[in-house]
Design a binder for this molecule. Structure first.
Ligand code: FAD
Length: 456
């Protein structure tokens, strides 16, 4: 199959216009490397003998916009601004709502091409743009291996049901796009009504960051920085040094064998197909289980967000989970903590506190601890809805990879989603339980706690 098969959707039924350029509205896929949407836009521009303009809109109103997640995003955009020059494209970084910026530049465009993110705000922006522009608007899905509707036409119940559906399709969708350059000279565009910025240096990033009206109380991560080059280096190191231990040690929070690619995947700074192919080359049978996480688990999360508008709320849970939690609604909790105590990580549980500190200080939490972290909130809040809402709010605020389908599905999993009923017990009902003894049995938890205490 060619690289675009199954990835291209016409979002309106307008014709190609006569404007001097094709507009690639970069929404989610904030990279140049292996970006199907960008390459498709260039191919269209070359065929139509048009120039290429790329626009990215920086909004101050993205949910949970803060210094941490914007620093990561802007570091990535700075690199993208540099590398996109190779494509002979004019890159406009607009200080405007993404849909507003795209609509304004589309007024002179022959065609709009957009990539695809899966959360509500991204969907809403695309709908607005597609219905407002006078020219053809085409979506190209590039941050997924098997395009979401081709994987399944409905919400899937569990990893097992999705796995069955996509197992035979994955290899059909691993073609990377050909690397093209726009043949026509760069165009001049009319001065837009919105301000634009240049991101040439780290100082430009810092300056912009300091002027944005976002939450400045959540500081940049001291350990994780954005950009495609960093993502590719992380991938290379993971494959050559860590993959060999992944199956054995991935759950152990005191070890460091996972890829830490989730922030880069979240901001579209690396293609999941590139990651898939790099790992597949070393581990064709997926004996490490990494591809199961990258494709089945990640794409199950996308399936969840695509087919459910309430993906970030308690109402998205399966009937059995809601029923069992309802039966245990008034069970006495072992202890209750208020939001402040939880945010500060000052509970009586040193492992949970360490996980919370890892999240708040670095913007990342080990995957196994994320499960434990979510489960404990259920135990420590008076009602499950409260626990659910706090988990979403903390994850979206502090985690660089938050505000992502994986985060919403991960939190839902802690409350029974994509899982099955287990033996009934207090508070949890039949929702799977986790406790500190389980952590101690499996892992060197004191080493984990020591490592987190050493964080600056
Ligand atoms: P690796 O183990 O190296 O895996 C590679 C990639 O596979 C990850 O980057 C991710 O894209 C995908 N992946 C791995 N585990 C899962 C999983 N369980 N579900 C879906 N995809 C997975 N992931 C996020 O990307 N953003 C979040 O905000 C987020 N919040 C979570 C909250 C809770 C309560 C839970 C239980 C899970 C959450 N996850 C989230 C899923 C998972 O924990 C992280 O994706 C993973 O730990 C990221 O680390 P890594 O990149 O080193 O993963």
């Amino acid at each position: 199959m060619d690289a675009y098969e199954g990835r291209v959707t016409f979002l309106n039924n307008r014709d190609v216009g006569s404007g001097p350029y094709v507009l690639y509205w970069m929404q989610h896929s904030q990279r140049v490397r292996y970006n199907h949407a960008l390459e498709f836009a260039i191919a269209q521009a070359n065929e139509l003998r048009k120039s290429l303009v790329v626009v990215f809109g920086i909004t101050e109103h993205y949910p949970h916009a803060n210094e941490r997640n914007y620093a990561f995003m802007l570091e990535g955009l700075r690199e993208t601004a540099e590398t996109i020059k190779e494509k002979n494209a004019l890159f406009v970084i607009a200080l405007a709502e993404p849909d507003t910026a795209a609509i304004e530049l589309a007024s002179e465009a022959a065609m709009v091409v957009v990539d695809r993110g899966y959360v509500t705000i991204e969907r809403r922006w695309r709908n607005t743009v597609a219905s407002s522009v006078a020219c053809s608007c085409i979506q190209v899905e590039t941050d997924i291996v098997v395009p979401v509707e081709l994987a399944s036409w409905k919400e899937e119940y569990s990893a097992a049901t999705l796995r069955n559906k996509i197992a035979g399709k994955i290899e059909l969708f691993t073609a990377l796009p050909e690397c093209l350059t726009c043949n026509m000279p760069m165009v001049e565009i009319k001065t837009p009504s919105f301000p634009t910025v240049r991101l040439r240096t780290s100082a430009d990033v810092e300056e912009l960051l300091s002027t944005l009206a976002i939450d400045h109380s959540v500081k940049k991560s001291p350990t994780i920085k954005g950009g495609t080059t960093r993502a590719v280096l992380k991938l290379q190191r993971f494959v050559s040094e860590l993959l060999v231990d992944y199956a054995r040690k991935k759950g152990d929070p005191s070890e460091h064998v996972t890829s830490i690619l989730s922030p880069y995947l979240h901001f579209g700074q690396i293609s999941p197909i590139e990651v898939y192919l790099a790992v597949k080359e070393h581990d064709p049978q997926d004996t490490s289980g990494f591809l199961e996480e990258l494709v089945v688990r990640r794409e199950l999360a996308i399936n969840f967000c695509h087919y459910r508008n309430d993906y970030d709320s308690y109402s998205s849970l399966p009937k059995w989970a809601v029923e069992t939690l309802e039966i245990h609604r008034f069970d006495t909790r072992p202890v209750l903590y208020d939001d402040k105590q939880l945010i500060q990580g000052v509970t009586g549980d040193p492992y949970w506190n360490a996980a919370q500190r890892q999240l708040v200080v670095t913007g990342f939490m080990h995957g196994y601890m994320r499960m434990y972290w979510g489960k404990k909130l259920l135990e420590w809040k008076e009602h499950p809805e409260e626990a659910y809402a706090l988990a979403v709010a903390m994850n979206d605020t502090f985690s660089i990879d938050g505000r992502d389908p994986n985060g919403y599905a991960g939190i839902a999993w802690c409350f029974g989603k994509h899982d099955r009923p287990w033996k009934e017990r207090s508070v949890f009902g039949m929702v799977r339980y986790m406790n500190a003894k389980g952590l101690e049995r499996k892992f060197d938890m004191s080493s984990y706690v020591r490592q987190i205490e050493d964080l600056k």
